[in-house]
Design a protein around this ligand. Sequence first.
Ligand code: PRX
Length: 658
Amino acid sequence: MCPDPSSQIETVLQEERVFKPSSSIVDTSNIKGLEHYQQMVEAARLNPESFWGEAALKELHWFKPFHTVLDWSNPPFAKWFDGGKTNVSYNCLDRHVKQGLGNKLAIIWEGEPGEVRKITYKELFEEVCRVANGLKELGIGKGDLVALYMPMVPEAAMAMLACARIGAPHSVVFGGFSSEALRDRLNDGEAKAVITADGGFRKDKIISLKNAVDSALENHSCPSVKSVLVVRRTCEEVAFLSGRDYWWHELIPNQSIDCPPEQMDSEDRLFVLYTSGSTGKPKGVVHTTSGYNLWAHLTFKWIFDVKEDDVYWCTADVGWITGHSYIVYGPLSNGTTTVMYEGVPRPSNPGAFWDLIQKHKINIFYTAPTAIRAFMKSGRSIPDQYDLSSLRLLGTVGEPINPEAWIWYREVIGAEKCPIVDTWWQTETGGVMISPLPGAIPTKPGSATLPLPGIEADVVTGDGKTVQANKGGYLIIKRPWPGMMRTVHGNPQRFRESYWEYLNPINGELVYFAGDGARRDEDGYFWIMGRVDDVINVSGHRLGTMEIESALVSHSSVAEAAVVGIPDDVKGESVVAFVSLETGRNSNDELISMLKKHVSQEIGAIARPDEIRFTNALPKTRSGKIMRRLLRALASGEEVKGDTSTLEDRNVLDELRK
Ligand code: PRX
């Protein structure tokens, strides 16, 4: 078990500022005022099943209504909306077109070299039907897993929706992952097809996605993959294997737009998405049809308080859960106009985000604290050059936001008028769990505030007791919720052990442990303190230290490695690796570069260590466990505090200090 987070808190952030929703925001919100929120909380607490049942009937279209809201007879394996039949692509497309929204913009896309595409709901619906028929032509049917390895182009959203339409679960692999990481995921999920592009534009460079797919598949290393569908994006030369590879622009345009949606059972898989844990390989988080659809839909509607004409932009990549829930499924299920941007701000275009907000008159903007900190660093003179007056609401996600960044965001980007929603959630939770509701909950900079209605969150000690106000503890969720992950693909035991049996049952009930430490203040507000396990968060990207260590050890020079995350002003955390070499290998700068490159090749550039330090031995307990706490302190240049009596060889510490 991880160290009890309560013992880790030495200083508690003192943050006294409170921002109440202005009366104009309360008046125009769907959830008006704290009392309204509290009524919803109470209704969900007293009768969760009727609360969720009514929401599901109201918010989603059903081919056949469900007979049971929640079956929790075999915890932690939940069944939501059992007996019901629906289709997520129908909820995101058909119903809006039928209700007269066909000409409304579904997606505004801006490409990295600056081109813009505007796609209406009707056009998106038709294209998704064509893609769905194209996939069928490739032999893909209900239940077949389709992997996506795509740049941020509309075809990525179309492919996801097309998979949902024919009942083929998708598994999106972030385009920044290496071919090795892709191969692992293709094999774990036994993907039948891959949808990719010739390449993608990333930070003034081209990434060769198709080449990476070719490497992942070479020598029949992914035997389940039968076909590869390739979008032309960068027009690079790519190799084509006849009978396996197909161009999107050749296969899709001639397909029919008639593709009735598959009537899916509520618990049929919608997607698998891999995420890092503290042990072993990344786990395939499984989300299913109705519960996930409801959660993405409802949380989007509540938190962003969407209005009919809103233009909404989330800056994530569809390769992450944020892109799934809040670029594609949440906004489209609500009939909102969602913006997709292929690029990222970078020295050659530091005002890229603000330019987009100005150009497309974006009303709701959702990004990561790491981006905000980077903007803060380069100064307000850049955003000040743009007209950001269309903004109504700002959001953050992915890591704790420090109060200065929160205040800067509010003042400089939000002109002191936009509420900020700091949303806490995870790949596993499917959608947001703790967040302010803009018209209801006063905000405090740095706090994700209160759980959404129906979410019973708590902060507890290792033996399940609620901690006192302002003491740190484990963040837990006490009851199942519709958007919860259903299992780890191929490993239900890991699902049970990592999340639901990590802490002992409380009052006889299993509780979900999120992996995060938190504290609650005297008003019941949650302050997330970050991971208490060996997961690190670099620029909002979640990485297992184990994964990076395995990548390092797979290099022939490395005998052993330990990786820690240390605080970083902009990225949240940076990666420091302690490496001991095989005898006879020399530690030098060239090897450092080689090892960094090796990690990029094995996992992807996001995992590349910022710093590598060589050591003859790693500090271990007598039972052989690496004492990361010591390494973390050493790497951050802090005094090694606390008990070191379990250290097997004290000389190691002295050597490392040198
Ligand atoms: O540590 C928490 C942090 O991100 C982790 C989940 O990462 P991932 O599954 O990649 O999903 C990221 C996008 C939802 C959490 O365990 N985290 C996420 N949001 C916040 C956060 N930490 C603090 N505050 C947040 N708002």
